[in-house]
Design a protein around this ligand. Structure first.
Ligand SMILES: [Fe+2]
Length: 249
């Protein structure tokens, strides 16, 4: 079985379109989306519609949560707040209800994996798996062998066997990588719409499970950043948000 897992689209339709094309070539059996479909970017409705149509499983991220809950907004910085107001105004009630109805964590026992946006231990707190300590705590609590997450926009894999090992994967496209099924792994699938590992290309991951073999691959795809930049400016969201698209950070 081949599964594509993607996260943090953040209203970036030009990036999502190239990923969609690449998915047509990859032909996965299923698509999982780990949340933050909206926020920051000027195409929230289009991205929600894509997830609704194409994702077999979709989760909720903190920016999706902010579409219907004011309490969470105190954690948002000024650019995120600006984009939040813009995004709220543009979603239809149906699109907002769709986001609100999404789960924050999902286990797929058949594939021995768990999906979450932030952390498994406290998914509604929107904390980050961002170093070996947090990865260790999460893997210890997680009942499945593989834990897929997003939220930091950093493609990285933590492996817990005899001790914890970290493999960071910024920037470069990688070939297939076999993962030991003896050990436990936490895998950040990167971000489609706002990569932050200094590689501005859209990022997602495919997973192949065959008998007891488990292989993963990161995909990096260039997209039309000038088009996105122009749309961000036209939406009045220019500044920090658009600059980081060019820089991938
Ligand atoms: Fe995000």
């Amino acid at each position: 079985m081949k599964v594509a897992i993607l996260s943090d689209i953040h209203g970036n339709l030009p990036a999502l379109e190239v990923v969609d094309k690449d998915l047509a070539y990859q032909r996965p059996d299923a698509i999982y989306c780990l949340g933050d479909t909206v926020g920051y970017g000027p195409y929230p409705g289009e991205c929600v519609d894509w997830v609704r149509e194409k994702a077999n499983i979709a989760l909720q991220g903190n920016h999706d949560h902010a579409m219907y809950d004011d309490d969470i907004l105190r954690y948002f910085n000024p650019p995120a707040m600006l984009a939040m107001g813009y995004t709220r105004d543009r979603l239809t009630p149906y699109q907002r209800e769709f986001l609100q109805g999404l789960p924050v964590v999902m286990a797929i026992k058949m594939l021995n994996l768990t999906l979450v946006h932030g952390t498994f231990t406290n998914p509604w707190a929107w904390k980050y798996i961002q170093n070996e300590g947090t990865a260790y705590d999460e893997l210890l609590a997680c009942p499945t062998q593989f834990l897929f997450y997003g939220h930091t926009h950093q493609p990285e894999i933590y492996t817990m066997g005899q001790g914890l090992r970290t493999d960071l994967h910024p920037g470069v496209p990688l070939g297939w990588q076999s993962l030991s099924t003896t050990y436990q792994h936490a895998l950040n699938v990167g971000s489609v719409g706002q990569p932050r590992d200094r590689d501005p290309r859209a990022c997602y991951m495919t997973v192949e499970v065959y008998k007891r073999r488990f292989k993963v691959q990161y995909h990096r795809i260039a997209y039309d950043i000038p088009r996105m930049f122009q749309a961000v400016c036209l939406a009045g969201l220019e500044g920090h948000l658009s600059r980081r698209l060019w820089q991938g950070r």
